[in-house]
Design a protein around this ligand. Sequence first.
Ligand SMILES: NC(=O)C1=CN([C@@H]2O[C@H](COP(=O)(O)OP(=O)(O)OC[C@H]3O[C@@H](n4cnc5c(N)ncnc54)[C@H](O)[C@@H]3O)[C@@H](O)[C@H]2O)C=CC1
Ligand SMILES: Nc1nc(O)c(N)c(N[C@@H]2O[C@H](COP(=O)(O)O)[C@@H](O)[C@H]2O)n1
Length: 276
Amino acid sequence: MASRGALVFLQPSRLPLDPYLPPASTSQQQQPPPKPHLTLTFATSLDSNLSLSPGVQTVLSGPESKAMTHYLRSKHDAILIGVGTAIADNPSLNCRIDGVGGYGGEGLEGQPRPVVLDPKGRWEFGPESKCIALAREERGKAPWLIVARECEEGKRKMLESVGGRVLQLPASEQESGRYAMDWREIMVCLAEQGVRSVMVEGGGSVINELLSPKYFDLVGSVIVTIAPTWLGKDGVQVCPDAREEGGKRIPVSRLRDVKWIPLGEDVVLCGRPNGN
Ligand SMILES: NC(=O)C1=CN([C@@H]2O[C@H](COP(=O)(O)OP(=O)(O)OC[C@H]3O[C@@H](n4cnc5c(N)ncnc54)[C@H](O)[C@@H]3O)[C@@H](O)[C@H]2O)C=CC1
Ligand SMILES: Nc1nc(O)c(N)c(N[C@@H]2O[C@H](COP(=O)(O)O)[C@@H](O)[C@H]2O)n1
């Protein structure tokens, strides 16, 4: 019987996903690879929305695809989100699949490391924030925060008290005032911390950047849950910047090795970027 509150995702459902998961060798190697396997994964509506609006968490996945997401979490060393998602969702970012640590398993085995990309230190977390509380209860790993400038001492202490960490990376300040880090540097930084696979869950800005030609080669696989719903205009959309060549619009990115897997009322699209 499954442990209390645990999700179940059985072997026959796991099999079609396995070719899109990080190579098994990455979890056994002594030396981590120079950059982690990056799986880009999210749930979207039929009008390509992640949520009804930027500050709002919107449930799109049905129970079966939610369990699938947690199976994916169990297969990655880390889950990365942008700070917009951390603020909007107060996410748990742990894995609740039956048999992982904290859900019937030993220690924190199978639990991914939450990583929040927060260059300006906007995330106001506290002991009551879900992923901090879960780390304290030993049902999830403590988050790492990637910042561009010195982190407030109180925040650093709180993170470190539950086993988290602050990582500082250079960022360029854009005209808009936004701090932009280079995704290659983010991946190298995670590899240096021993991370061999990372599941990037969102939100909109993060996904749209990784779908751009500048960074698409970093992506090892894409696994998207598509829910049978339309959220309407002004949601948080997955829609990367348009691309031109010789003054003409061309497609931005495309997947190959594509598989569509029906799961409950949703469908899960798996694929790999060209050339990966
Ligand atoms: N349906 C789904 O699967 C998911 C839905 N969401 C939804 O997405 C929404 C949040 O999306 P967004 O507002 O777009 O926020 P976001 O989560 O993409 O975070 C954006 C922030 O991340 C940081 N960031 C992104 N790229 C960076 C870079 N290259 N260098 C440095 N910092 C960088 C910046 O601080 C930026 O403001 C929420 O409503 C959330 O519920 C989020 C994740 C998954
Ligand atoms: N797979 C998926 N389906 C949805 O419908 C979603 N809204 C999301 N959101 C992502 O999952 C995080 C919440 O996870 P917890 O249950 O709190 O661990 C959220 O922050 C998004 O990254 N994903």
